[in-house]
Design a protein around this ligand. Structure first.
Ligand SMILES: [Fe+2]
Ligand SMILES: [Fe+2]
Length: 260
């Protein structure tokens, strides 16, 4: 599919903004690469340079750069789900295309914010951990749970922490505006995942309460570890039940335990 093999981040944005709906009209399988092509260094997170605090312009720019990389992967994952699940319900595909467009707008905001701070895309390396959390083996329920409920749900928790950290400092009005708008809109993205997860369970005659626990248990070992405190209020607004939030809190505690 086009955007996976185009390297320019701006060209990827243009393609999504001009023709994202083409992705769900595709009738034949599209080769999805192990990693989407990048126009900057793609490195394992362990090899990235250390981060600086938000009191420096460099620390602020680095945060926006990391956020841009997350939005880029979210945009590409949206297209990937559209091309890998042509049999998904039409309404699901239309809503996902709208979300993918929203991710492209988030990405553009981050890149423009970066330039406002005097930095460029590529000032630091990026990783592809979110993209790699998805697999060709995924069912549609797996994919919804991984991308929209686990990854994007964790993003809500992290975004809220980020907003509070930025509020404690001055002179960052532009960044605060970007992060707040993104986090607000992400509630809708996660809620899309919550609602469609239950709807697909209903269509497949599966009990979503039981399925959530068993599916998360089977997927958890291959998910990127997220240790941000779970924000119960945001999770609840994004369609998580109390039991699902409890599950995520326990999962986080497991991730925090030292490895034996
Ligand atoms: Fe986003
Ligand atoms: Fe999102």
């Amino acid at each position: 599919m086009y955007i996976f093999n185009v390297s320019s981040v701006w060209e990827k944005i243009d393609q999504v903004q001009n023709s994202c709906e083409d992705a769900f009209r595709l009738k034949s399988a599209v080769l999805v690469p192990e990693d989407p092509v990048r126009d900057i260094d793609l490195l394992h997170p362990k090899l990235h340079p250390p981060k600086k605090g938000f009191s420096t312009p460099e620390g602020q720019a680095r945060m926006l750069h990391d956020l841009a990389s997350i939005e880029l992967q979210a945009m590409e994952l949206g297209v990937r789900t559209l091309v890998e699940f042509p049999e998904a319900p039409q309404a699901f595909k239309e809503e996902l295309a709208a979300i993918t467009l929203s991710e492209s707008q988030h990405l553009r905001m981050c890149l423009e914010g970066l330039v406002d701070l005097g930095f460029q895309w590529g000032a630091w390396p990026v990783h592809s951990a979110l993209w790699r959390a998805a697999s060709i083996e995924d069912s549609l329920l797996d994919r919804i749970l991984i991308v929209h409920r686990y990854l994007e749900g964790s993003g809500l928790d992290a975004g809220d922490t980020l907003i509070r950290r930025l509020e404690g400092t001055t002179g960052k009005a532009g960044i605060q505006k970007i992060v707040k708008q993104i986090n607000f809109e992400e509630i809708g993205h996660v809620n899309f995942g919550s609602e469609w997860y239950r709807e697909i369970c209903r269509l497949e005659k599966i009990d979503h309460h039981e399925d959530f626990i068993s599916r998360m248990n089977s997927l958890r070992d291959r998910l990127p570890k997220r240790v941000e405190p779970v924000n119960r209020d945001l999770r609840s607004r994004a369609g998580f039940t109390e039991a699902e939030i409890d599950y995520h809190e326990n999962l986080r505690l497991d991730f925090l335990k030292p490895k034996k």
